[in-house]
Design a protein around this ligand. Structure first.
Ligand code: NAD
Length: 453
């Protein structure tokens, strides 16, 4: 058994040691999950719903504890961490309505009747990244439990603490033993075993496109069901007819939220050339106004990066000769700090413009017309998110239809809500989470013909 030391990214001090699960322990957990799932699917829908609601209420009652844990483990500003714990509660509550609504269809056919059932897929392996440990766990967990599946979740090695605590709260709420298990450990050990074990019938993976590709290959061996939520390099498109004050005031939050460690980060700002100078003049004070500092302080808007290695990765996109237009602030001393950074002008082949940086670095690039803006937004293998700022409804609709991406906002910097579908185009992923149809991703449709003679 090996252990991993959790480091507080704001202080660099150790928080706790976490034992890393082995491949054998993963197999044992999967075997427990198989047995537990057979009983869980038989729990009356109203009782499954009640247990999910009780689970949501317990999470709600532990908001302070969960958010403090996330702030210490991940460096998330405590206000953001409270929102994240609230998201777990809300997602559990939303999907608690599903067990009693999982009806099939009846289809009249010659010689009898055909009825369809939605059957749970079985045991689900849920592999979670380090950037949003709580929300992303809940996005897979809640609809899977609602559908009658059992879940074995593997949090990221760096950020297991809130998932482990949420696992305890599930038991306290009365979710039967084995229905939801949390196994901290390495991707190449626990994650890989979830992918390779034949009794795991579906993988829900959120993480990098590179690892997602490996997981897809692994799942192909078993024809295993799979949802992939992968990387992004989204565009924030600002037209000359937009409310430039609002577009500039919110642009920092569209990319520097969670210190830019956000798959939906709008990390390429595209601005109509005729208003570029005005936009940059408005953006500079907005970036400098982002409050970067101690994540435990209520007023903090941006905390540190997750690790020293990740800070090095981010810094490599901003070499000494990088075209830094302006920067925000960051504390000195202990902690993996990196200031909000705006790069402009940036050549279209520069890696800062083409690759997912996953840190608080954004590029600003001018465009000349609508067609060019759409072409630039689409000139990436990713397609996860994006924003469009314009005063014209017609243009908003045309551009929204033209941009190849799964989640867009018009005159707003955020497009993620748990009651609307979420997922990516192109190499940003496969399948959709959240929204009213997410439970279907954890069920198989079975049709049964009943002869009438
Ligand atoms: P990552 O791909 O390195 O790891 C994600 C998870 O996969 C971790 O739990 C890791 O331990 C596990 N893993 C690693 N190798 C594995 C393997 N061989 N088999 C099974 N599991 C394995 O990603 P990360 O660095 O933790 O997260 C950042 C990435 O996640 C970014 O690319 C970001 O865009 C993406 N992301 C996407 C979304 C989305 O919803 N589309 C949301 C958040 C993050």
């Amino acid at each position: 058994m090996t252990t991993h030391t959790i480091i507080n990214p704001a202080t660099e001090l150790p928080v706790r040691q976490v034992e890393q699960s082995t491949a054998e322990q993963t197999d044992e957990a999967i075997e427990r999950a198989v047995k537990a799932q057979q009983r869980w699917r038989e729990v009356a829908p109203g009782d499954r719903a009640r247990l999910l609601r009780r689970f949501a209420e317990l999470v709600d009652g532990h908001t302070d504890e969960l958010s403090a844990l996330e702030t210490a483990n991940s460096g998330h500003p405590v206000g953001a961490a409270r929102w994240e714990a609230g998201q777990v509660r809300d997602v559990l509550m939303y999907y608690s309505a599903a067990p009693e609504r999982m009806s099939g269809r009846q289809i009249p056919v010659p010689g009898g009747l055909d009825v369809t059932f939605k059957e749970p897929v079985g045991v689900v392996g849920l592999i979670v990244p380090w950037n949003f440990p709580m929300p992303i766990l809940s996005w897979g967990l809640a609809p899977a439990l609602a559908a009658g599946c059992a879940v074995v979740a593997k949090p990221a090695e760096l950020t297991p603490l809130t998932a482990m605590r949420i696992g305890e709260l599930a038991l306290e709420a009365g979710i039967p033993e084995g229905v939801f298990q949390v196994l901290p450990g390495k991707g190449a050990v626990v994650g890989q075993r979830l992918v390779d074990h034949p009794a795991v019938r579906k993988i829900v993976f959120t993480g990098s496109t590179e690892v997602g590709r490996q997981i897809m290959t692994g799942c192909a061996r078993h024809v295993k069901r799979l949802t992939l939520e992968l990387g992004g390099k989204s565009a924030n498109i600002v037209f000359a007819d937009a409310d430039l004050d609002r577009a500039a005031a919110t642009a920092p939050y569209a990319v520097f939220d969670n210190a830019g460690q956000d798959c939906c980060a709008r990390s390429r700002i595209l601005v109509e050339a005729s208003v570029l100078d005005r936009f940059m003049a408005l953006l500079e004070p907005a970036v400098q106004g982002v409050r970067v500092g101690d994540p435990a302080a209520a007023e903090t808007e941006m905390g540190p990066l997750i690790s020293a290695a990740h800070r090095e990765h981010v810094a490599a996109y901003v070499p000494d000769d990088a075209p830094v237009a302006f920067r925000g602030s960051a504390p000195q001393g202990a902690g993996f700090w990196y200031p909000p950074t705006v790069l402009a002008p940036v050549p279209a082949d520069s890696i800062a413009y083409t690759e997912e940086i996953f840190g608080p670095v954004v590029t600003v690039t001018p465009f000349t017309d609508e067609a060019e803006a759409i072409a630039m937004a689409n000139d990436t293998p990713y397609g996860l998110s994006g924003s469009i700022w314009t005063g014209s409804v017609g243009r908003a609709i045309r551009v929204a239809r033209g941009v190849e991406t799964g989640n867009l906002s018009v005159n707003s910097h955020s497009s993620v809500r748990y009651w609307t579908p979420f997922g990516g185009f192109k190499q940003s992923g496969l399948g959709r989470e959240l929204g009213p149809d997410a439970v279907d991703a954890f069920t198989e449709v079975k049709n049964v013909f009943i002869a009438n003679n």
